[in-house]
Design a protein around this ligand. Structure first.
Ligand SMILES: C[S@@+](CC[C@H](N)C(=O)[O-])C[C@H]1O[C@@H](n2cnc3c(N)ncnc32)[C@H](O)[C@@H]1O
Length: 269
């Protein structure tokens, strides 16, 4: 059984792998917090486990659990890094099937924006982290919603689409919430980093356009439900892609990374 996910589609595993350089991401965002030795690491919302595999490559002595709500997507990425170093587990991030305090590093990349009860998921991530261990939360702010100019045609489709996606639990402003969620989960020594994520000024590059096209195609059933027909969804997707193709367009979003530590004296429940 799968945990409900807005972007559920057989093409989603491939889309996720194609849009990140996993080795570069772990060097940039995990290397600064990775302890020496043989760390136990948990990737929450791992998709096909491409980031977890990069962790295994970068830290060959680590033991990594790739955890996701969809068993097929999780299995789609299995490969040479699997084995003793990488274990795949399926379940719900809001109720992690692990004992308290067992991981040195727990991270989640681009999952929390889809989880309505994201506070519960962050609390679970903190719970399974060892005292003194690290939690890394990485998510977006402004995706889909920050543009200039916003034409009447774009505004007419954007507003109902975003409202409908919100009804599934998706929140385009999750990034800014991560600091508060980390505090509420009792994490300490919090560090906040903000990086540009999508920045499209003028006509979008073909490869990036292809990724947006696929993303919108995967979201199309939810958009059709929001707008009342598949014809209306097709039109909305066309308006959005025309906007990305325009010389006039600026579209952007940012990625927040919040890193926190489980209190060294935290007692296991
Ligand atoms: C956008 S993908 C991110 C995948 C990967 N972390 C990456 O950065 O490419 C979000 C993933 O979170 C998973 N997910 C969403 N809600 C979940 C939940 N409540 N529990 C476990 N996984 C969940 C989805 O199945 C999906 O694979």
């Amino acid at each position: 059984m799968s945990v409900p996910y807005l972007m559920e589609d057989r093409r989603e595993a491939g889309r996720l792998v194609a849009k990140v350089d996993a080795d570069a991401w772990v060097r940039e965002y995990l290397a600064p917090v990775m302890p020496t030795g043989a760390p136990e690491v948990l990737d929450v919302g791992a998709g096909p486990g491409h980031i977890a595999q990069a962790v295994c490559r970068a830290w060959p002595d680590s033991r990594v659990v790739a955890f996701d709500g969809n068993p097929e997507r999780l299995a789609a990425g299995s490969g040479s890094a699997d084995g003793a170093a990488l274990v795949r587990r399926c379940g719900d991030a809001r109720d992690l099937p692990f004992e308290d305090g067992v991981f040195d590093v727990v991270y989640s990349r681009l999952m929390l924006q889809y989880v309505a009860e994201r506070g519960r998921a962050v609390a679970e991530m903190a719970r399974v982290t060892k005292p003194g261990g690290v939690v890394v939360l990485f998510d977006l702010d402004g995706q889909l919603v920050w543009h200039d100019p916003v034409s009447p045609a774009l505004s007419a489709v954007l507003d109902p689409v975003v409202a409908a996606l919100r009804a599934t639990g998706f929140d385009p402003h999750t990034g800014r919430q991560l600091y508060r969620l980390a505090r509420e989960a009792g994490l300490t020594d919090l560090a906040v980093r903000v990086d540009p994520y999508h920045v499209i000024a003028g006509p979008i590059e073909p490869a990036e356009r292809e990724q947006w096209h696929l993303k919108l195609d995967i979201a199309r059933p939810a958009i059709a439900r929001a707008l009342g027909s598949s014809g209306a969804a097709d039109k909305a997707v066309r308006i959005f892609l025309d906007h990305l193709d325009s010389e006039d367009t600026l579209t952007y979003s940012v990625a927040f990374t919040v890193t926190g530590r489980q209190k060294p004296g935290a007692r296991r429940r």
